[in-house]
Design a protein around this ligand. Structure first.
Ligand code: 1GP
Length: 253
């Protein structure tokens, strides 16, 4: 099994080099929007692309991944909302266990269904502890997963959940407010979770300006994920990547 994507994420995190991931929901993009985004992804050396969504009803998943693979050198990682969202054209998959919830289907059920297919595809598997944080509105992921998110002012619960995920052997913690969240995750929660885990920390949901991304990185996020804001304004990627590069030059100096 390849481990190259995960090795890159951990190596950069160890060197305090901040990373930016773009989330593409195949239901909310089309070939022309994807072309624009690909140009920006290549120009700005985005660290990796996530493809997926809580609910995918269209048929663009495979073509979207193929187009990305043909036109970028950036790793393309599945971010599946269910066992149905798989593709052998991707480089890897976030094998997400929704550990903030108590719904067995999202803790282990979908994984059992997906495991043989993923093994056959031979793509890199990144075991990921997925934590949903309450964000001021009912997000698709909360509704579709039928789980209760962690209250946004209960950092201690987020910390203990992330710690338990790491102790269970999960290699990455993805803490998120949900796509289109009204409120991003607080710096305090990010800082406390980061302080208590040694695996890389990804943070996303509701990040719509460079200042919010900067605060997330500075609080301890190794990877910031942005989706919605780029659907409305793809050129925002230039600003986000400039912010990432600025943070990285300060951390390197
Ligand atoms: C959702 O964290 C990602 O899984 C991205 O969220 O679409 O709000 O940027 P946004």
């Amino acid at each position: 099994m390849q481990t190259s994507i995960y090795s890159t994420i951990t190596t950069l995190a160890r060197h305090k080099q901040k990373q930016l991931a773009v989330l593409i929901d195949p239901d909310r993009t089309n070939p022309s929007q994807l072309e624009t985004l690909i140009t920006l992804i290549n120009l700005n050396r985005v660290d990796f692309v996530l493809v997926g969504g809580s609910l995918i009803t269209g048929t663009y998943l495979d073509e979207c991944i193929c187009t990305l693979k043909k036109n970028t050198i950036v790793p393309v990682i599945l971010f599946p909302g269910s066992a149905m969202q798989l593709s052998g054209d991707a480089d890897g998959v976030l094998f997400l266990s929704l550990i903030s919830g108590r719904n067995p289907e999202f803790l282990i059920g979908n994984h059992v269904l997906a495991a043989p297919a993923i093994k056959n595809l031979g793509i890199e598997v990144i075991p990921t502890g997925y934590l949903l944080i309450e964000s001021g509105k009912l997000t698709s992921v909360v509704y579709m997963s039928n789980t209760t998110p962690i209250p946004s002012d209960k950092a201690d619960i987020a910390v203990c959940t992330a710690m338990a995920g790491e102790m269970l052997g999960l290699k990455l913690i993805y803490m998120e407010a949900g796509s289109g969240a009204a409120r991003p995750i607080s710096e305090e929660m990010i800082m406390l979770v980061k302080r208590h885990i040694s695996v890389p920390l990804m943070v996303g949901g509701g990040i719509r300006c460079a200042q919010t991304a900067r605060k997330a990185w500075q609080a301890g996020a190794d990877v910031v994920v942005v989706g919605n804001a780029l659907e409305d304004n793809p050129e925002f990627l230039d600003i986000l990547c400039a912010e990432r590069d600025l943070n990285n030059s300060v951390n390197a100096g």
